[in-house]
Design a protein. Structure first.
Lengths: 934, 113
């Protein structure tokens, strides 16, 4: 032997030897290895040992399949003594048989199989649907080539325009972007783009202007994402205007939706906010830009031409206006950490050189930094906004799956008991316990995989609905696909976990069958050994169901409270008309006559009672706020307030109550004394304990001495404008065009922008048929460049703020319903089974004189006891769930007694029904038949 | 004739190689013979798998040689055709020849090249 070992210097790699030895049948093993060694040795001396080793590997690779195949063929031919011993025997032998038997059992009991597969499909489907959302919203990469090389400068969302030192810089000004771009050669390209797309009026030829969501992007934007246009071209690096026209790149959705996929659109002249423009290209379908959000950009404009488009409102050359996000494509061998350091260094040099910094700012300079973060999914706006809701939904879906598993475990236990005699007999004949456990687990696995497959189908149907409900009116949302591979992988993994979850307990329980059971027979129950775990499973289901039902109840009440609360303005008969805030490119001088004509035309419509204009209306998602200096208050007090500009009949039109003083009227002309109307919270914050009317305040600026700019002339009731969950913000209202002679350009420009009305409010007589068409026509008759962005009754406008709350409530209710049904089915199953096991026992009792009522109450009590125990255990779980929900709840306590009480009653009622059916059946047992049943 | 009596292409090669190499027809030699004649690399595993199959069909049998007279020299399995194997081989080659009638060999050669 040692001689052979010594000779074995031939270069046969040990792993190759081992593999071949496993694969070859024992009779050939020695010959195969010897042949390989012999020839390898010859080859080593002829071609060198490296080549010989390569040959060995090639031989091994090609030999394994034929050898294994032959052995399997032999095993199938039942050759004794040479089964498939190259695999661990216990795992392999009979596994195929188990699978075959399991599928045969599934076919033989179609009722059981359908119930089990459906139960699992509901559980797995719910989870997969939620995961589809998670995947679409949070995990899926941008649909561009090689998204893993995309990195973003910055790691937070600080939309939309910020100034000053931000600490953690994630949003940048154009000059700062240029400095960063030039300092980062390790980015193949670094693009800047507007943080939030904005609507502009796009007019092709003679049709009225349509609102199109536009986004200013640097000319290299498409290079960073490495996407080529479908039609036409993209900008050159300079992105210059073409004959004075702004070159626009359209999204595929906009091209299809607005221009009917007309390829001739490229090169056609149009106007953008009244300025000449032309479409130069269309991006391919699927590309939605830098950020997944419900309203993705429909048209991209070059940042280089932003001053041409925005005119006096241009932000591009303002060093202190941070309004751009930056994403770049990092070169393969560059590290994000090094880039963070490099960009941070550039930032700290750039800031003092370009911004007027106070000494305080200079002290804060070392804290200013940039974090370079992966941006394979783009900017994370949608993700951060939905994380909490998605997390809660995942929990709810997880609970549904748990209940489904508990149910399945119960079904399997019951079915297993029916097979008790068979199992006991097999044990008596010497079947190993591990073998029985494995067989039961294979059963579970097969069921779980079938359930998973059906669940994925269900989720596929549900997911697109889910996305539509979650993001209503989302035009640019890519379809969420339940067949994306992460979703499928998730579903398979979930099925496996579920199989273990519901399969383990029954598998172990059933394998305990003893030979004694075989002798005893199945129907002679003395102690029902399976009863305890079965009841425990029902208790778990009831407890989880209570938590889900109560959570759904809390969310439902909260959603109702949110919408039904008193907002401080009226909804009945109120209509909001959103205008594009640039008003089709009107100059400030053109505004007053335009507003006058708008009010005249709209007031003259039949059914319209009053008309008003505002910078922004309530609950439209807008909020302007500024620092305030108020008369009689120390300058050090750094309080701020929200503010709005409104026309004369505004408060009457939206139905906000005037508390004291007056609202705006014809007296408040541009030249007159500057007046303001404030809400109660404003009065209480800035003039506590005093009469606010007649007092003065102003914007806090660097100029100082501004506290006499505005005189308070009236106080109105508080109304919610931005956050429906919060109390109303302190707010003051200014009339249009009463301008303050600010010294600073930034303040003047902000003031100018505030004179552009974004909303028109109408108070109408209901019903008002054809109102929308009339309003649109009236507005178009004032100026064809004016863009109506939306036309919505106030009720709808408010409801639009709560779509996510409604989605969460809707899903939670769905999940709670599923849970309740599953729990009832579980209880029903257990009770029915225990009745059928005790048929003889009940029969004997009835023969001995027990009456129907006694029998019914006996069965029902046992069912209700399980429910009661479940409810008691479920209460702490429910309160825990409420805790998790606290942030989502509005105006309802997480331990709301009414919701809890109703949930408990609901469960009791449902389980009572589930228990009553088998109880009645028990009572109708014929004693004679029962005794004969053995 | 039962279905199992037909020879697969590789089975035919192995049977022919046994005839060619006899009496030194053992695994290594068979592999090399097929490899040289067909010009394609043949895996040891494929040869042994086929030998096993042919033995199951009782077309071949083997005897074990005395160990080689060198240190560590091993005993080899030498394979021989059984009468059934000879019949099957004869039958298959005859069928092949009949089927090949009228097929210009040069064409085969060209397509090989």
């Amino acid at each position: 032997m040692t001689g052979r070992m010594a000779r074995r210097t031939a270069p046969v790699p040990p792993l190759a030897r081992w593999l071949l030895a496993r694969a070859a049948r024992p009779a050939d093993r020695a010959s195969v290895l010897a042949d390989l060694e012999e020839e390898a040795a010859t080859r080593a001396s002829r071609d060198g040992s490296k080549a010989a080793e390569r040959w060995c590997w090639r031989q091994t690779r090609r030999s394994i399949l034929p050898l294994v195949w032959q052995r399997l063929a032999r095993a199938r031919a039942r050759e004794p003594g040479d089964a498939t011993s190259f695999l661990p025997t216990r795992l392999w032998s009979g596994l195929a048989t188990d699978v075959r038997h399991a599928s045969r059992r599934m076919r033989r009991e179609p009722g059981f199989t359908v119930v089990a597969v459906l139960t699992l499909a509901l559980g797995i489907g719910a989870n997969t649907a939620v995961f589809t959302l998670v995947n679409a919203v949070m995990l899926a990469p941008l649909p561009v080539p090689d998204p893993d090389r995309l990195y973003r400068l910055g790691d937070n969302d600080s939309c939309c325009v910020n100034s000053g030192l931000l600490g953690d810089f994630s949003i940048f000004s154009w000059p700062l972007y240029e400095a960063l771009r030039d300092a980062t050669p390790d980015f193949a390209a670094l693009a800047a783009f507007q943080a939030q797309p904005q609507p502009m009026g796009l007019r092709a030829a003679s049709s009225p202007a349509e609102p199109v969501l536009t986004e200013f992007v640097s000319p290299n934007y498409f290079d960073v994402f490495n996407v080529a246009p479908l039609v036409g071209r993209i900008w050159t690096p300079e992105a210059a205007a073409v004959d004075g026209r702004v070159p626009i790149v359209l999204s595929h959705a906009a091209w299809q939706g607005r221009f009917h996929a007309d390829a001739a659109i490229v090169g056609r002249s149009m106007t953008l906010n009244g300025r000449p423009a032309m479409v130069i290209g269309v991006m391919p379908a699927g590309f939605f830009g830098d950020t997944l959000r419900p309203d993705t950009a429909e048209a991209w404009l070059p940042l280089t031409l932003e001053p041409l488009v925005e005119g006096r409102n241009s932000l591009r050359d303002t060093s202190d206006a941070n309004w751009l996000y930056v994403i770049g494509r990092l070169l393969p061998d560059a590290s994000p950490t090094a880039e963070s350091a490099k960009t941070t260094a550039t930032l700290r040099v750039w800031l003092p050189a370009n911004l007027p910094l106070t000494s305080q700012d200079r002290a804060a300079l070392p804290r200013q930094h940039i974090v370079v973060t992966p941006a394979r999914s783009g900017v994370a706006t949608l993700r951060s906004a939905n994380t909490q809701a998605l997390f809660l939904l995942s929990l709810a879906a997880g609970a549904v799956l748990l209940i489904a598993c508990a149910n399945l475990a119960n079904l399997l236990l019951v079915r297993g008991h029916a097979r008790g005699p068979e199992l006991a007999l097999r044990t008596a004949l010497g079947a190993r316990r591990s073998r029985l456990v494995r067989e039961a687990l294979v059963d579970s696995l097969l069921l779980a995989l079938s359930g998973g497959a059906v669940g994925v189908l269900m989720a596929g149907l549900g997911a697109s609905t889910l996305v539509r409900v979650a993001f209503p009116g989302a035009h640019g949302m890519p379809p969420a696909s339940a067949t994306a591979w992460p979703v499928l992988a998730y579903a398979v993994a979930l099925s496996l976990v579920a199989a273990l979850g519901f399969g383990c307990l029954p598998a172990v329980m059933l394998s305990r069958a003893t030979a004694l059971d075989a002798i005893r027979g199945s129907n002679r129950v003395v102690g029902d050994r399976g009863a305890w775990p079965r009841r425990a499973l029902v208790v778990v289901q009831v407890a989880l169901s209570l938590a889900l039902v109560a959570s759904a109840g809390l969310l439902g009440r909260s959603a109702y409270n949110l919408q039904a609360q008193s907002f401080g303005f009226a909804t009945e008969g109120r209509v909001m008309v959103g205008l594009d805030p640039s008003l089709g490119g009107l100059t400030p001088d053109e505004l007053p006559p335009t507003y006058q004509r708008l009010e005249e035309r709209l007031s003259s419509l039949s059914n319209v009672r009053t008309v008003s204009l505002s910078l922004y209306g309530p609950m439209v998602g807008n909020n302007w706020s500024s620092g305030i200096v108020a008369e009689g208050r120390p300058a050090s007090d750094r309080l701020g307030s929200s503010w709005d500009r409104v026309s004369a009949r505004y408060f009457e039109t939206i139905g906000t109550r005037v508390i004291r003083g007056r609202v705006f009227d014809a007296r408040d002309t541009p030249g007159a004394e500057r007046t303001a109307v404030v809400n109660e919270r404003f009065a209480a914050r800035f003039f506590p304990g005093q009469e606010a009317i007649g007092r003065h305040f102003g914007f806090r600026t660097d100029e100082g001495g501004r506290e006499r700019d505005f005189t308070v002339v009236g106080i109105v009731a508080d109304a919610k404008y931005a956050d429906a969950r919060d109390v109303a913000y302190p707010t003051f209202f200014l009339p249009f065009f009463q301008d303050v002679p600010f010294a600073s350009g930034a303040e003047r420009s902000m003031q100018t922008r505030s004179n552009y009305a974004g909303d028109v409010e109408l108070w109408v007589h209901l019903p008002a048929p054809g109102l929308e068409g009339d309003v649109r026509a009236a507005i178009a008759s004032v100026s064809p460049n004016l863009v109506v962005r939306r036309f919505r009754p106030m009720g709808e406008q408010i409801a639009g703020n709560f779509t996510r709350d409604r989605l969460v409530t809707w899903l939670a209710t769905l999940f709670a319903g599923l849970a309740l049904v599953l729990a009832c089915v579980g209880l029903y199953g257990v009770t029915t089974y225990s009745v059928s096991r005790r048929t003889r026992d009940i029969g004997v009792r009835m023969a001995l004189g027990a009456d129907r009522r006694r029998v019914i109450s006996g069965v029902l009590t046992s069912a209700l006891v399980q429910t009661a125990v479940g409810l008691i255990i479920g209460l702490p779980a429910t309160i825990g769930a409420g805790r998790l929900l606290r942030e989502q709840l509005f105006d309802v306590s997480e331990t709301d007694a009414k919701v809890l009480g109703v949930s408990v009653l609901l469960l009791l009622a449902a389980t009572a029904i589930a228990g009553a059916i088998p109880a009645r059946r028990a009572a109708s047992i014929d004693p004679i038949k029962a005794l004969r049943s053995e | 004739m039962a279905k199992g009596d037909f020879l697969g292409e590789f089975e035919l090669y192995v049977l022919l190689a046994i005839v060619h190499c006899s009496p030194e027809a053992y695994g290594l030699r068979l592999r090399q013979d097929i490899e040289t004649r067909t010009g394609r690399e043949v895996a040891i595993g494929a040869v042994y798998a086929t030998l096993g199959r042919l033995e199951d069909k009782v077309m071949i049998r083997h005897d074990v040689s005395t160990p080689q007279p060198i240190p560590g020299g091993r005993a080899r399995k030498h394979y021989h055709l059984t009468p059934a194997g000879e019949r099957a081989l004869g039958h298959s080659t005859q069928m092949m020849r009949r089927m090949m009638l009228g097929w210009p060999t040069s064409r085969t050669a060209r397509s090989r090249g």
